[in-house]
Write a protein that binds this ligand. Structure first.
Ligand code: SAJ
Length: 419
């Protein structure tokens, strides 16, 4: 008989995870509080954009290996993959994780394993999750097993990375970790390493913090080079010829629900010692202001029109959470510019910012500001840009397109001259 899984949260991580387990032969029940999400999945459709996911979900639902519902059910294994939003004071809001954990209590049986995948601050497993089960009389680690197993998948490549990437499994004790390994080895091809729950919590946060700090470093380099009139892109390119240097890509800021958020979960627990991590957050948060200052130099203030290409936080993705582009658009509007936004990946229902079609966005615009590196922007019609824009000027904060038409003035980000 196949093993059963009940997974709480059918979002960006939960749904692909549910689909991959179902494909590996598990009987999967996915739980979500949103009835529209449940209905959509049971019809074999999906509510998020992720390469290849719809096909896997369709097949799994068709074969009755995956079903969605509003309440949990009995299962051999429980996985919690609900969001951990950030509070206004930049601390983690773990309410959904705690609620989801409590919601499975009536369905837990002897020998079950409960796995948390949501990103959480260090010691949440030991201090908040484990007591929920202990208070119900469970001898955690003996008759109920508990582990923290963060995912490390890159949006846009989730299905492949869930299978191929190495994984870290943090058990509340060794027995729990071994049980969690048995769960993941049914489909994970990468190495599965075992550690304690608290180490796994910190590993997850540090992976994304490493990225945030490195992005802050190149973003600061762009600012320094701007002051000193040095070509930052050349500097990055040549420094990276060093075998042990890997400068990242500069950009208009860091978005998404992971890298822009996770460092705060460390800062809140060790504020005095998280100096570099806090500064990196400050630098990346300052980048939208830097971009707006550059735009103001390029386009005289007033009610001039600016076409913005890309609203999501990264290329080929429709996710606008924490997107620096959203901040930049709002700042430009506040400055008095007319801003028309074109994003072929973002659905209008996911943002309060009005979206326009390609032609309508560039029509009569004095500057085309690229804020996201969507693949479609590589093939935009240069002819239409020259024909429709009031002045054919492009400022590419992602350095993602190459322009051949000499009638277009193209400014890259980090490269001289800016203006
Ligand atoms: N960015 C830059 N410069 C870079 C790289 C990224 O400005 O050199 C920006 C992007 O444009 C974007 C943001 O940073 O706004 C984050 O994008 P990303 O593609 O680097 O990462 P995410 O948030 O989509 O996914 C990350 C991944 N973490 C790492 O690479 C360490 C992924 O592996 C995690 O699983 C995921 O966070 C998560 O869920 O935590």
């Amino acid at each position: 008989m196949s093993k059963s899984l009940c997974i709480i949260g059918l979002g960006y991580i939960g749904l692909p995870t549910a689909a991959v387990f179902a494909k590996a032969g598990w009987d999967v029940t996915g739980v979500d509080i949103n009835p529209l999400v449940v209905e959509k999945i049971n019809q074999g459709n999906i509510h998020i954009e992720e390469e290849g996911l719809e096909d896997v979900v369709k097949v799994a639902v068709g074969k009755k290996k995956l079903r969605a519902q509003l309440v949990p059910t009995f299962a051999d294994c429980f996985i919690i993959a609900v969001p951990t939003p950030i509070n206004k004071n930049y601390t983690a809001n773990i309410d959904y994780v705690l609620q989801a954990t409590k919601s499975i209590l009536p369905f837990i049986k002897d020998g079950n394993i409960v796995i948390i995948e949501s990103t959480i601050p260090p010691r949440t497993m030991d201090e908040q999750i484990m007591p929920i089960f202990q208070n119900e009389g469970w001898n955690v680690g003996e008759d109920l097993f508990l582990a923290y197993c963060p995912e490390r998948v890159l949006p846009g490549h989730i299905l492949a990375e869930l299978v191929e990437n190495s994984r870290i499994v943090g058990g509340i004790n060794e027995h729990s970790a071994m049980k969690a390994v048995d769960v993941y080895k049914t489909f994970v091809k990468g190495n599965i390493s075992i550690t304690s729950a608290v180490n796994a919590e910190m590993v997850k946060l540090m992976e994304n913090t490493y990225r945030d700090v490195n992005i802050a470093l190149v973003n600061e380099l762009v600012k320094i080079c701007d002051t000193l009139q040095i070509d930052a892109l050349e500097v990055i390119k040549f420094a990276n010829f060093h075998p042990r240097v890997n400068l990242h890509f500069p950009g208009p800021g860091v978005g998404g629900h992971c890298i822009a958020i996770d460092p705060y979960f460390i800062i809140e627990k060790a504020r005095e010692t998280s100096i570099l991590i806090s500064k990196a957050r400050e630098i990346n948060n300052s980048m939208p202001y830097f971009v707006v200052e550059k735009v103001k130099r390029l386009v005289p203030k007033g009610d001039s029109k600016i076409a913005v290409f890309g609203l999501s936080y990264k290329g080929n993705n429709g996710d606008v959470r924490e997107s620096p582009a959203v901040i930049i658009v709002k700042m430009l509007q506040k400055e008095g510019y007319q801003v028309a936004v074109y994003d072929p990946h973002v659905e209008q229902s996911h943002t309060e910012i009005k979206l326009s079609a390609f032609e309508a966005a560039i029509d009569d615009a004095e500057c085309l500001l690229i804020l996201t590196d969507h693949k479609e922007f590589n093939t935009i019609s240069e002819k239409e840009i020259v024909y429709l824009m009031k002045s054919p000027v492009i400022f590419d904060t992602r350095n993602c397109i190459s322009i051949k038409n000499s009638q277009i003035t193209y400014y890259s980000y980090g490269q001289l001259p800016y203006y």
